[in-house]
Design a protein around this ligand. Structure first.
Ligand code: CDP
Length: 226
């Protein structure tokens, strides 16, 4: 029997998935996989080549031969270049949902994601992990928070990373991405039927992490190792 455990954390933009997923992975000794960083890396590659992210054909060409590495320390390397910072900038955030709506780009990234999750225990966060990428994940969490809470969190996160943005722009971006992500044809954002809903609007990070760990323990028996 396969003893590896997969934990899928999906949900709308800036719901705090990656913060929670990273901590849950650390607590359990699992590998964290940030699938959003992969869509962001492709978006950055399209923009860098002077192509139009709203043009599906142009964007798909960029996928040929593109390598994306998610390092254990959180750095994102695309074709040998460290893109960790630039993929969080507003220009990438504002265009990533177009790129993520293109079927061939999704299929290529999903294949990479499934390979990354092979033969190890993982916490993977994104939009379609429980519904499409890892449908057999033993634990599926759908993490939400109000739009206002999410926009404030992302605005503060941007400030702390030195990414210049206004609160209004962040809120508009969150709403726009939610709309595109949940209305695309292929693997749209939606809760998996067997997911556990986690509303973190009024939860601290520690509370959200504890809530996920409790679900993990109930469903798989796996417990904190640190
Ligand atoms: O962290 P945040 O919630 O801002 O987003 P992210 O996880 O970095 O994902 C950025 C964008 O990538 C999303 O708005 C989606 O358009 C896309 N994405 C997706 O379509 N499927 C995934 N599994 C992960 C991200």
């Amino acid at each position: 029997m396969d003893k590896n455990i997969a934990i899928a954390i999906d949900g709308p933009a800036a719901a705090g998935k990656s913060t929670v997923a990273k901590r849950v992975a650390k607590a359990l000794g699992f590998t964290y996989i940030d699938t959003g960083a992969m869509y962001r890396a492709v978006t950055n590659a399209v923009i860098k080549r002077g192509l139009n992210p709203q043009d599906e054909g142009q964007s798909e060409m960029v996928m040929q031969g593109l390598s994306i590495d998610l390092l254990p320390d959180g750095r994102v390397i695309c074709n040998g270049e460290d893109v960790t910072q630039v993929i969080r900038e507003p220009l990438v955030s504002g265009n990533v949902s177009y790129i993520a709506s293109y079927k061939n780009i999704r299929l290529a990234l999903v294949e990479m994601q499934r390979k990354m999750a092979e033969s190890k225990s993982v916490v993977m966060d994104g939009r379609d992990i429980g519904t499409y990428v890892l449908p057999n994940a033993q634990v599926k969490i759908y993490q939400i928070a109000s739009v206002e809470t999410r926009a404030v969190r992302r605005y503060e996160e941007n400030l702390s990373k030195g990414i210049p943005t206004s609160y209004k722009d962040v809120e508009d971006d969150v709403r726009k991405r939610d709309y595109i992500d949940s209305h695309r044809d292929f693997a749209p954002l939606k809760p998996a039927m067997d997911s556990v809903l986690l509303d973190t609007s009024y939860m601290s990070i520690d509370e959200a992490v504890d809530a996920v760990l409790k679900v993990v323990k109930d469903k798989t028996g796996a417990e904190r190792i640190c």
